[in-house]
Design a protein around this ligand. Sequence first.
Ligand SMILES: [Zn+2]
Length: 255
Amino acid sequence: MLPEILKIAEGYNVTFNPRTYGKKETLCKCVFCEEDSKPDKGHKFYLSLNTQDQLYKCWFCGASGGVLDFEMKLSGLPYEEIRTKYFGKRKKPRHPADRLNVRQLRTIGWAEYKRKNRAEFKKNREAVLRDWKRYEHEQLVKHFAMFIVVAHIENQEERQDELLRFVMNSCKETQIYLMFNRILAEYVKEDAERTSWAIEGAEIGRAAWRVSLSTYDFAMEKVVLNVSFLYYMLKMKKMHSKRNSVTNDKVSLAN
Ligand SMILES: [Zn+2]
């Protein structure tokens, strides 16, 4: 069982907003940024504890996570040690689907499912993992494509910076671990050495770049739209060619 975040917070003498104490959303002073501990912010409580799902989030600094992560940060102990305290030592290696956190599961529509029925979730781990991999691949392709477009922009440094920040933020929102770093690592490689999603992404990115160039429209909404459109075009083309090759096989067998 997960420990209660309220108890953990109490154990570290966190200052609560008494009016919210014990409610589903309990507010307290943020122990991470301490912004609300400044003298002029006495009435502010930025850190929100979700006492139902055992999560925390600071509305000011954005620090967020689960209760084990919360205790890890407050105690300064390694995560594994905190985990062992509540769940004992790991007996066998975890299924990769079990390693996905709540937010990651939410992006692929499995979070509620896991919360409501852990046993059923366990039976569906392969499907969960497949959904995650598909999602991850699609996001990596699209973001790599967007990055390629932004990287191509010349003589507009301010605009480029702004778009780059957009791509970085969008990467963060995908919940894919270190996504922007992975994109950069692929970007610096030679075309032939790139991994499959980067090859697909580069193809789409170059096509999207040509579209943007023809209209000279580098508004990010347009680029995102073009990338999404081209992504599906490419996917359809692949499905089509796969179907064709199956048909061809049948023809050659018949002959
Ligand atoms: Zn904070």
